[in-house]
Ligand binder design. Structure first.
Ligand SMILES: [Ca+2]
Ligand SMILES: [Ca+2]
Length: 590
């Protein structure tokens, strides 16, 4: 690694009284720190560049007597590791909640030592999905046309209840045994790569689970933020950049707990900060991942987050990180993106942010009536504010995710609106993310409970006895019933768009030009010097005539366009017909 220092946390009864030595060549113990807890020792090793992978020896002495000598392994790096490319604008991400996708190994559902047992009928319980289940579906995902998978956290959540979602980590170095093992996760990443899929690992620095072993014997008094009584964050990330924010609110935002079961980590503690940084780098290297999605990005100290990103970039200059920046407004979202004109003197080193403002607009666009600022104009106005971003084309865009109403539900289960929205998501600027089951028109309302927006993927393997509630047409989208038929149409529609997008460089790197929505029709273009794609979204319940003359600055000598869904040829002439409630995606031809 570029960084020669490695911090070790050594835990054991009375460990602070131990003297630690090494006789391995090229290794120096540069710093030994103790805390107010006598059971911890923190040791910095300096590793010279010339040191080969293999075992080094650590010697533990008490009163000049050797108590223990242990081997510590320095692993070889993956070849070309530092140069890994990460994910980007050419990709479409598919988000999977591992407990709810497919149960490839029913044998791990009640893994030994885990406090919560499986309970597939309980929306908040563990349903048994795992890494093996996802592995068995890689052909399906590759065929669907997504190019990158993001799994909600896979690390151990040994909590007594509500542990399936993964965000209450109890061991930062261990994959939850109900999902698999560290080895099976690393093998999974390799197999994804063989199937043309990249992998994003979900990480959490803001908090851990209240059953993390640290909580039983705190490494230091200031390891977490503590209050006389339970104190919740105010969840107002806007306090980080609001020029009028009170210190009280900002402090409460940063140090309040995300939930009762999620102690808030104090990254101003340098040893904890180093622990988290090393942990993320260890996973990149160990599992060979392509990117990180960092949970609750603004809830950790922003200088720590910038320092972390800087460290990651030092080791992996092209690696991708997307921060979960759940903010309402464009400016507040853009603040976190490195180089944004609205970041002030904050240098985040973060390349990708999650585009919540566009998500809200996408929902509104199809449920609101058309008005000066409503309906399709919501999309227009959000994109018109892209000047606040350093690179809006790298924003991660989405219709929904694991915390939001299922998109199909939020648009009143209207299949035409669904298709128009997906066409927009996959052709406008940004790196699109699709939540698992979108292709099967899965439904669910967030306010009923998160279990309802994270239901079992109907095409996953689930024990039949447990899954009697899954309708048979959902198991086989080829089976034609009213619902099943629409589901297979949805899958086919997305499959066509996604597979086309894979090689559509004009969407990956082309410019964007939009025309103000008029009469319920929104027209925009993606274009390069060589290619152009015209998108026409007609929200009206009837066919409309369109005069392409208004678009001549882009159309120039293009005379026709091929509809990438139907293959049909459209002549770009006066009174061209735009079918009702349809998005036309036209590859323009001269
Ligand atoms: Ca399982
Ligand atoms: Ca915090």
């Amino acid at each position: 690694m570029n960084e020669p220092t490695l911090q070790l946390m050594i835990y054991g009864q009375g460990m602070a009284e131990i003297n630690i030595l090494t006789d391995s060549p090229g290794i120096t113990i540069s710093k030994v720190r103790r805390s107010d807890n006598p059971n911890y020792l923190f040791v910095d090793l300096e590793i010279e560049k010339e040191v080969e992978p293999g075992s080094i020896r650590l010697i533990f002495e008490y009163q000049r007597e050797v108590l223990l000598s242990m081997e510590y392994e320095l692993r070889a790096r993956i070849e070309g590791s530092a140069e890994r490319r990460g994910f980007g604008k050419e990709d479409v991400i598919y988000l999977i909640m591992p407990d709810r996708f497919s149960d490839g190994d029913p044998g791990n559902n009640d893994a030994e030592g885990m406090l919560e047992k499986s309970d597939p009928q309980n929306p908040d319980g563990r349903h048994g999905g795992d890494i093996e289940g996802i592995r068995q579906k890689l052909d399906y995902l590759a065929d669907l046309g997504v190019t990158c998978v993001w799994l909600n956290p896979v690390l151990e959540n040994n909590m007594p209840a509500y542990s399936y979602h993964g965000y209450a980590i109890t061991d930062f170095y261990r994959v939850d045994p109900r999902f698999g093992t560290n080895e099976s996760y690393s093998d999974f990443v390799t197999e994804c790569h063989e199937n043309g899929l990249k992998v994003i690992m979900d990480m959490v620095f803001n908090h851990c689970g209240s059953y993390h072993w640290w909580m039983k014997d705190m490494p230091m008094g200031n390891w977490i933020h503590q209050f006389p009584e339970f104190t919740r964050s105010n969840y107002r990330a806007e306090t980080m950049m609001d020029p009028y924010a009170s210190d009280f609110d900002r402090e409460r935002m940063l140090t309040g707990w995300f939930d009762r079961t999620m102690p808030d980590l104090n990254q101003q503690n340098e040893i904890l900060a180093q622990y988290l940084i090393q942990n993320s780098i260890w996973w990149i290297e160990y599992a060979g991942i392509d990117g990180i999605r960092m949970d609750t990005y603004p809830y950790s100290y922003k200088d720590f987050m910038a320092g972390w990103m800087h460290r990651v970039r030092q080791e992996y200059p092209h690696f991708s990180v997307v921060g979960e920046t759940w903010l309402q407004k464009e400016t507040h979202t853009a603040f976190w993106q490195d180089g944004s004109p609205v970041s002030g003197d904050y240098v985040s080193h973060l390349s990708y942010v999650t585009d919540f403002p566009l998500h809200y607009a996408l929902r509104d666009a199809f449920i609101q009536e058309e008005g000066w600022t409503t309906g399709l104009n919501r999309l227009y106005y959000v994109l018109a504010q892209d000047l606040v971003y350093a690179d809006p084309f790298s924003n991660v865009t989405f219709a929904d995710n694991h915390d939001l109403d299922r998109f199909y539900t939020s648009i009143g289960e209207d299949f035409n609106k669904f298709k128009m929205a997906m066409a927009f998501l996959l052709t406008t600027r940004g790196i699109p993310m699709i939540y698992y089951g979108t292709e099967l028109l899965m439904t669910g309302e967030e306010h009923k409970g998160h279990g309802y927006i994270r239901e079992d993927f109907p095409l996953g393997s689930w024990s039949a006895a447990e899954r009697s509630d899954v309708p048979s047409e959902a198991r086989d989208p080829g089976q034609r019933s009213a619902v099943g038929g629409q589901r297979s149409d949805a899958t086919e529609y997305l499959r066509t768009l996604l597979n086309w997008r894979k090689s559509a460089e004009v969407i990956h790197s082309g410019r964007l030009k939009q025309f103000i929505p008029e009469d319920g029709i929104y027209v925009y273009f993606r274009y390069t010097m060589q290619d152009a794609v015209m998108v026409v979204i007609n929200k009206n319940k009837d066919d409309k005539r369109l005069d392409p003359d208004r678009f001549r600055e882009v159309l120039k000598d293009y005379s026709s366009g091929r509809n990438i869904v139907s293959g049909e040829e459209f002549l770009l002439e006066k009174n061209m017909n735009v079918p009702a409630e349809t998005a036309l995606i036209l590859e323009l031809r001269k």
